[in-house]
Design a protein around this ligand. Sequence first.
Ligand code: AMP
Length: 455
Amino acid sequence: MSQTLKAVRGTRDLLPPDTALWNRIEAAARDVFARYNFGEIRTPVFEETTLFARSVGEETDIVSKEMYTWEDRARAQSEKSQSLTLRPENTAGVVRAAIEHNLFESGQLQKLYYIGPQFRRERPQKGRYRQFYQIGAEVIGPPSSGSESPLRDAEILEMLATLLDELGITGWTLHLNSVGSSADRARYNETLRAALEPVAPKMCQDCQRRAVTNPLRVLDCKVPEDQPIIDALPKIADSLDEDSQAHFAAVRSALDAAGVPYTLNNRLVRGLDYYTRTTFEFTHRGLPPHGASSAGTPVLGAQNALLGGGRYDGLSEMLGGPRAPGIGFAIGLDRLVLTLQAQLDQNPAPRQLADAFIAPLGDAIDATKLQAINAAALVLARELRHKGLWIELGEGSFRLKKSFEAADKIARHIVILGEDELKSGILTVKNFSTGKQTKVPRAELAVFLSTPASE
Ligand code: AMP
C-alpha cells in the first residue's frame, strides 16, 4: 500500500465548522474597511525575489532565512530564468502594484486592503505557520494627498480598535512607538552600535552578528538572558528629531481625543526594515508584545502579536517609485481565529442548524420510482433554496429511520416527500425541538419552515 500523503509541515487544512469563523472575520473586516473607504487589492502570491530583498531588508530574519525562493527556469528562448519568492508579506507587493499602475499619479490618497496567504519558513508552532493568512491595509499617496499626516496614523489605529471591538475580541492592547525618520534611525543605529560594542560578546549569536550588521534588530531578540542588556541600551525616543517628535505627539493626541487606549513601548522596532516613524502592534491578553522580556501567560500558545504595522515613508522610492509616504498593518488572521475560538470555547454559541432536511421516501426495489422521487426532492429543495432557506437533501433509498437519524443532527425540521405527498401537494413536516408533526401545503412550506412560530 502506498504511503498516505499529508499536508506539508507548517501548512494546514481549514475545515468546517472552523471555516465559518474565518468567513465571519473576513466579512467583518470587509465591512469595516468599506466604512473607512478602503478598496480591495489582490496581488500575485509570488513576486521577484528582489522586491522583498529591497523592501523588507536583506538582514531581516524574513529575507535571510524564511523565504521560499526558487530559480524559475525559462520556458522559451525569449524568457530569462529568474529568482522568484512566495510572498512573505503583502505591503511590498501592494506598493509595487501601486507604482506599476501609476496609482500615485492621480494625486489621491490610495486606501487599499488585502486578505490572503503569506509564506515564511518559520519554526511551526501554535499560532505560527509556514503558510499563514493576513488581513492588511495600506494608506499611501503623494505627500500632497495628506499621506504623511499623523491623522492618517491615528485613523488607521482607531479603525483597528473598531475592528477588534466589533469582532468581540476582548483584552487587546495597542503598543505604540516611533522609530523616527530614516535619518533618525541611522543616527540611532550608530548610537546603538557604539553601545553594543562592549556588551555584544555577552549576547546570543544572532545579536553578536546584528550588533555589527544591523544593530536595530537587536531589539527584536527574545533570548531571555539578553533582555536585561537590551533594556539598558539607549532608547530610540532620544534620537528622534523635532519633526519626528512632533509627528508622534500628534498621533498620540488624536488617539487620546478618540479615546483609543495605547501603551508606549520603546522596543517596538518591528522586524522589517522599511518602517519609519509610527510603529505599532496589538497584542492579546496573555500574548506578550514583540521583544518583551516578561513571558506573560500565553493563552494561545503563541508568543506573538495579533497584528503589527507602521509607517513606511521611503518604501515607494526604495522600489523605484515616486515619493509616496504611507502607513499600513497586517493582522495575523490565524491568530485572530485562535483568539476568538478561545473566547467562544468559554462561551459556546448554539450550533447552527439547517432549516430542513428533505427526506424522499423511495422504493429500494424499483429503480425508476427511486429516480423519480429523488428528482422530485431535488426540485423541492431547489424551490426552497431559491426562497433563501438552508436545506439538506436526503436520499430516496434511505429507510425512514435512517433519514430521521441523519436529519436530527443537522436540521430543525424534516420534510417527508413520498409518492402520496407528491400527488396531494401536502407534505408532512416534523419539528425536532417540539416533536410536533404537521401537514403543510407545498405553497406554504417555505413560510412554515422559516417562521419561528412553527416551533
Ligand atoms: P509581520 O508581517 O511580521 O509584521 O506580522 C504581522 C502579523 O502577522 C503578526 O502580528 C502575526 O499576527 C502574523 N504572523 C506573522 N508571521 C506569522 C506566522 N508565521 N504564522 C501566523 N501568523 C503570523
